[in-house]
Design a protein around this ligand. Structure first.
Ligand SMILES: *Cc1c(COP(=O)(O)O)cnc(C)c1O
Length: 378
């Protein structure tokens, strides 16, 4: 064929991909404003972590270690597993994509709670599989019974997000164990624990306390179909470097490794993660997590007192069930310098950020307490 005249015909793309909404990051925070829209860590990086990243810059002519072995070894130690039972990826979103691609193809189903992490539907579509969203309970938590009931012959993956983004509600250890017993052991279960450190900071759940939030670390080795996903983006403050990890059975991790785009985890990211796990650095980072968790609980208490019907909040964010008023409330907060994440017509997710943002938030929201709380939990 020779070069062609433009015909006005659209380039043939996969229709389900062309129909996906284009990615639009939240509005940038105005000068003097606060970005409370991406659940980022408001603290500046630790000097020791910045130093590790700077040192890695001297070698950027080289490819990184393909499997980030040093980081996997360090993580394996704390989970009591071998390095082969840990997989590192360019953020846990990358790992979610890899596992979904490894297990689900066209005709297959992926079950998850909804509303939950906004990346899930797109990742399932990209795999060519079909999403089966299961509505959250009235208290904005996962309805695990309904999720287990939604598993069919076609189900290949079930995603459980605890604490759930964007509602903040956790799955309890007892609920999760009952769920694992109900789901066939030949279906992959992904436990997305992007915010677990903030949940643990709230009420250090002792092992065996079944009313405590589920903690994937205590479940490693117990289920052949369970993979736990965690990230350095939130509690460890490395969102900009892209590094997360999965812990689970070797053959499942091998399958996910096969679907990855190679060399996604840079040496800078791996060295920053390693530096964050150094005892003094990690102690300081976890102190910051406790500060955020304390701030979250304080803001939540104040909002409950104002009359806001907030659900449990165990991440680094709060969920405001603003319903039809979502856009209006988000705009009002924006005008006051607070960028939040609205999910109209359901609610608004507000990240817990700088202490200086708290008073502004409480002042604006005190003027906007919903008059009707019909359908919302007490
Ligand atoms: C932020 C987040 C992730 C991970 O993000 P990465 O930056 O890709 O590690 C995963 N799951 C949920 C629910 C999140 O909110």
């Amino acid at each position: 064929m020779t070069a062609q005249e433009p015909t006005g015909e659209r380039v043939r793309l996969r229709p389900e991909i062309a129909a996906l909404p284009p990615y639009r990051q939240g509005r940038p925070a105005p000068a003097d404003g606060f970005k409370l829209s991406s659940n980022e860590n408001p603290f500046d990086p630790l000097p020791s972590v910045v130093e590790a990243v700077s040192a890695s810059a001297a070698h950027i002519n080289r490819y990184p270690d393909a499997t980030a072995l040093a980081l996997r070894e360090r993580l394996a130690e704390r989970f009591g597993v071998t390095a082969d039972e840990v997989l590192v990826g360019a953020g846990s979103v990358s790992l979610l994509a890899q596992f979904i691609l490894a297990a689900a193809a066209p005709g297959d189903e992926v079950v998850y709670s909804w509303r939950s992490f906004e990346a899930y539907p797109g990742l399932v579509t990209v795999a060519g599989a079909t999403s089966v969203p299961v509505p959250n309970r009235a208290d904005h938590g996962h309805d695990l019974d309904a999720m287990a009931a939604a598993v069919t012959e076609r189900t290949r993956v079930v995603i459980v997000c605890s604490p759930n983004n964007p509602t903040g509600v956790t799955v309890t250890a007892a609920e999760f164990e009952a769920f694992m017993a109900a789901v066939p052991s030949d279906r992959l279960v992904l436990l997305d624990e992007a915010y677990i450190e903030f949940a643990n900071a709230a009420a250090a759940g002792t092992a065996g306390d079944t009313a405590a939030p589920v903690d994937g670390r205590t479940l490693i080795g117990r289920y052949p179909n369970l993979v736990v996903l965690r990230t350095f983006s939130k509690a460890y403050g490395l969102a900009g470097l892209r590094v997360g990890y999965a812990v689970g059975p070797i053959e499942l991790l091998d399958a996910a490794r096969a679907t990855a785009i190679p060399l996604g985890v840079t040496a800078a990211a791996a060295s920053a993660a390693l530096a964050s796990l150094e005892p003094t650095a990690e102690a300081e980072l976890l102190e910051r997590v406790a500060t955020i968790a304390e701030r979250r609980d304080r803001v939540r208490e104040a909002l409950l007192e104002q009359g806001w019907p907030l659900p449990e909040a165990r991440g680094n964010f709060l969920w405001l069930p603003t319903g039809e008023a979502t856009t209006a409330v988000a705009d009002r907060l924006f005008d006051a310098g607070l960028v939040t994440r609205g999910f109209a017509p359901e609610g608004i997710r507000v990240s817990i950020g700088e202490e200086e943002s708290v008073e502004i938030l409480l002042t604006i929201l005190s003027e906007l307490v919903p008059a009707s709380q019909e359908g919302l939990p007490a």
